[in-house]
Design a protein around this ligand. Structure first.
Ligand code: OGA
Ligand code: MN
Length: 247
């Protein structure tokens, strides 16, 4: 069982597709972009600290990049309610508890995590996942059956990588539970082109096409978790990730 799951995550972030990028440079040449488009703003409940309406959830190295990649990157705040978060956590708790956080694999794409996969869900959670899939993927698009669950310890983080093109398709959609976080995208062949996505607790993010293939993605560690000049404390975070299959 253990082995199967390790294989699965290995496939998602298959060796040869992991790219380490010099992101401290990105930090150094950071430029704040104001007035970036905000997509999929919450229609209801929103977790995390209150943000004024209209405040950007996506900032980047230039307004042009934010504009150009805008349609391939979505953050929908308040996509699930706290109650739905609770249902997902209850359902996941049992399988996660059986695993230990992994800290010591220096060459892993992720530090301080445990993970699992789940193919069948109770009715309420299934409804949430259907909602994710109906907004993220085109109708009829073949999906990766099991949903991927990644539990990041408070000290955990995800290093820059590109998901395996062999096993995952054009779209990655993830729910963020328990904590706000920052996802950073960095263009693989031009490290000065980057986007930061603020992922509030209870939000859904979607990466498509170029944003998924040509940019690495990472989740910042707590010490580096600053969005547009504002500190975003990174607590333990669980993500529930749906993917489609390569075309
Ligand atoms: C991954 C990944 C992002 C997240 O597991 O490949 O990038 O939101 N996860 O946890
Ligand atoms: Mn990934």
């Amino acid at each position: 069982m253990h082995c199967v799951l390790n294989m699965a995550s290995h496939m998602v972030r298959g060796k040869g597709y992991i790219v380490s990028s010099g992101c401290s440079l990105v930090e150094a040449c950071r430029m704040k972009v104001l007035g970036a488009a905000v997509r999929g703003r919450s229609s209801g409940v929103c977790g995390g600290p209150a943000r004024p309406r209209g405040e950007a959830l996506v900032v980047g190295s230039s307004p042009e990049l934010v504009q150009r990649l805008g349609s391939q990157v979505e953050v929908r705040t308040g996509f699930i309610t706290e109650e739905e978060e609770g249902l997902l956590l209850t359902e996941l708790d049992h399988s996660l508890k059986k695993k230990r956080y992994q800290f010591d694999h220096w060459d892993d794409a992720i530090h301080g995590y445990r993970e699992t996969e789940r193919a069948s869900w109770g009715a309420a959670c299934q409804e949430v996942l259907n909602r994710v899939r109906s907004v993220a993927f085109p109708e009829g698009s073949p999906l990766l059956g099991p949903v991927h669950i990644l539990d990041l310890d408070k000290t955990g983080y995800i290093k820059p990588h590109v998901d395996s093109v062999k096993f995952c398709g054009s779209t990655i959609a993830g729910l963020s539970l328990l904590s706000d976080s920052i996802m950073r995208l960095v263009k693989e062949d031009a490290h000065d082109e980057w986007l930061d996505l603020l992922l509030p607790r209870l939000s859904l993010y979607i990466l498509r096409d170029q944003a998924r293939y040509d940019f690495t993605h990472q989740i910042l560690k707590d010490e580096e978790s600053v969005f547009s000049g504002q500190r975003v404390p990174r607590l333990r975070r669980i993500s529930v990730i749906c993917r489609n299959l390569p075309g």
